[in-house]
Ligand binder design. Structure first.
Ligand SMILES: NC(=O)c1ccc[n+]([C@@H]2O[C@H](COP(=O)([O-])OP(=O)(O)OC[C@H]3O[C@@H](n4cnc5c(N)ncnc54)[C@H](OP(=O)(O)O)[C@@H]3O)[C@@H](O)[C@H]2O)c1
Length: 342
């Protein structure tokens, strides 16, 4: 991996670069792939990785990205990269029914921010929509994103929640995410749909993620609240690679897989490190609580291999990008929220 990520083009190239494991999975997987919710933070790089891995494997499949595409540039950009696009409001039954039936579905559509105050929309998107999608794609296999938020806050020294721990979501957004899992489980069992649920805990690239939130606070001189004192961070290229390899693990009933970084990172230590790298002072408020939202991704590493980018590399990349004034998506993670209200 390079010492520095130069610009957005370089970033896109790295995020969409497939690993040998992804190429092998795309070679073995039969049929076309549709990505529902391709227009957000993860979808474009996931679509590119599928395209590149399938091409590298010599597999001529359709890769179809579906979203409402509020930004038309993305639609044109994906098309120019060999990714078909369909503009669709998935909650519109007729539009959903008109989507092509393909054997492989990646499910990304979700709602997090603004969930407080728009509870009905949150549950419709996070729980009702998965049911509609399962009925439509009853003959497909589905890899669906879930989130580490289905777990409760856990003691920091414990190494993070594992898949067999009972879920205990905090707040209505997280509850709706558990609802999403339960609806996928129901349809997986009743219709025999193979499903893998990816419990992701903070994907990162140069333009968003907890590390980006911290780098921005160091830049602005805003004090950093350390009450939510610990977190996991994974390079989005690594989380993409694990997600795509999960097609080979989809099963009925569904398999849940944590996808997260290797280390439990301390907000205070990371911010101090960034302050040094960025040559800016940093200040803190609050005291570290004894628990935090943390996942243990050992299962994913056993199944799919270790992440290729470690947390220290991510911190250096993001500090350098921020100092150079690189663009961000302006989408803070709100990782510091402890009461589940997003
Ligand atoms: N990023 C992370 O670190 C993280 C962590 C944990 C879990 N996850 C999960 O991973 C998944 C993808 O994450 P993300 O960060 O890429 O999410 P995101 O930025 O919110 O993107 C979600 C996408 O879903 C689309 N969508 C939502 N409702 C739709 C509808 N009714 N019809 C058509 N498209 C719809 C949005 O389309 P428009 O562009 O048209 O609005 C957008 O493209 C989500 O399920 C999220 O819960 C992500």
């Amino acid at each position: 991996m390079p010492e520095r990520i130069v610009d957005v083009q370089h970033l896109d190239e790295l995020l969409g670069r497939p690993t040998p494991g992804v190429v092998a999975t795309m070679e073995r997987l039969e049929g076309d792939i549709i990505i529902l919710g391709v227009g957000g933070k993860i979808g474009p790089s996931l679509a590119r990785m599928i395209r590149r891995a399938s091409d590298a494997a010599g597999v001529g499949r359709r890769v179809i990205g579906v979203a409402r595409f509020s930004t038309p540039e993305l639609l044109r950009q994906l098309q120019s990269e060999g990714i078909e696009t369909i503009r669709c409001d998935l909650l519109d039954r007729d539009q959903l029914a008109a989507l092509p039936d393909v054997p492989n579905v990646l499910y990304l559509a979700a709602m997090k921010f603004g969930a407080t105050g728009q509870e009905g929309t949150t549950w419709a998107r996070n729980v009702y929509l998965p049911g509609m999608v399962c009925e439509k794609f009853r003959n497909s296999r589905i890899v669906a994103y879930s989130t580490g938020n289905v777990y409760p806050l856990v003691p920091v020294a414990g190494g993070g929640s594992v898949e067999s721990d009972p879920p205990n979501p905090v707040g209505e957004y997280a509850m709706s995410c558990l609802g999403r899992e339960r609806i996928f489980a129901y349809f997986s069992q009743t219709l025999g749909i193979p499903v893998a649920l990816i419990r992701l805990n903070y994907a990162h690239e140069m333009r968003y993620g907890v590390l980006v939130d911290l780098a921005r606070k160091v830049t602005s001189g805003e004090p950093i609240d350390v009450t939510m004192g610990y977190f996991n961070a994974i390079w989005q290229g690594d989380s993409n690679a694990m997600t795509l390899q999960a097609f080979a693990k989809a099963a009925s009933p569904p398999v849940a897989i944590n996808v997260a970084g290797r280390r439990t990172l301390s907000v205070r230590e990371v911010a101090e490190q960034m302050s040094e790298l960025m040559r800016r002072p940093v200040s803190f408020t609050g005291d570290e609580a004894p628990d935090a939202l943390l996942s243990n991704a050992s299962l994913a590493y056993r199944l799919f291999g270790q992440p290729q980018v470690d947390e220290s590399q991510l911190i250096r990349w993001i500090a350098d990008w921020t100092v150079r004034g690189g663009p961000t998506l302006n989408k803070p993670t709100h990782f510091e929220v402890r009461n589940g209200r997003f």
